[in-house]
Design a protein around this ligand. Structure first.
Ligand code: C5P
Length: 215
């Protein structure tokens, strides 16, 4: 069983995907974390994020692992825990440059398909329903307004003790939407859910209903 959840930055994909994976007892795969891990390494090793060939070459000796960790997922790069580091603004601000290169995407998609070939998965990202798992049994496309996504991110960060002005978050999200526009795709057979006025529970319930209908 494959469940694909796509949508723009901060649309609540990972929270919802994790909850669905828990309920179904499936593996959760955060594909954004893989692009973030590659970006983290490129920045650390001074690989030019505009150089697709150099990035693809770097990936040939880059080992990224996603491992279950309590409620979430830890990200390991060559065995080193980089779960927190890949959420820093430096990585967030560069990740769309890394993910735009076709050679980088080819490699990531192959890895993601391999991960999904063994077990039932809930995978979230931008191109899961269109490219990674085009035969997924359930495809969901989440949307939410920029204002709502920024407000959610703001609350999430306050809980972590970080205060970024709401306006700055709005700008960052709108900019990433623009930079990710080519990476993001809605499959023709995806069910679109606008989460702007829905609670997390409401979104999870809506998706669970779709899963039950298709099972
Ligand atoms: O989901 P998240 O915001 O963590 O993703 C980080 C970045 O990784 C996105 O902004 C996008 O550039 C890239 N990405 C992608 N394809 C995916 C998942 C993420 O290009 N399937």
């Amino acid at each position: 069983m494959q469940i694909a959840i796509d949508g723009p930055a901060a649309a609540g994909k990972s929270t919802v995907a994790k909850m669905i994976a828990d309920r179904m007892n499936y593996i959760y795969i955060d594909t954004g974390a893989m692009y973030r891990a590659a970006t983290y390494k490129a920045l650390k090793e001074h690989v030019d994020v505009e150089d697709g060939a150099a990035l693809a070459n770097m990936l040939q000796h880059t080992h990224i692992e996603l491992v279950p960790d309590g409620d979430g997922q830890a990200v390991l790069l060559e065995g080193q825990d980089i779960t927190e580091a890949i959420r820093l603004p430096e990585v967030t601000n560069h990740v769309s440059f890394v993910s735009k290169h076709p050679k980088v995407r080819e490699e990531m998609v192959a890895r993601q398909q391999e991960m999904a070939s063994q077990k039932s998965v809930v995978m979230d990202g931008r191109d899961i329903g269109t490219k990674v798992l085009p035969k997924a049994h359930v495809k969901i496309f989440l949307r939410a307004s920029v204002d709502e996504r920024a407000a959610r991110r703001y609350k999430e960060q306050i809980k972590k003790g970080i205060e970024t002005p709401l306006e700055a978050l709005k700008k960052e999200i709108a900019l990433r939407d623009e930079r990710d526009s080519r990476q993001l795709g809605k499959a023709a057979d995806a069910v679109e859910i606008d989460t702007t006025n829905l609670s997390i529970e409401g979104v999870v319930e809506a998706i669970m209903k779709i899963i039950k209908e298709r099972a």
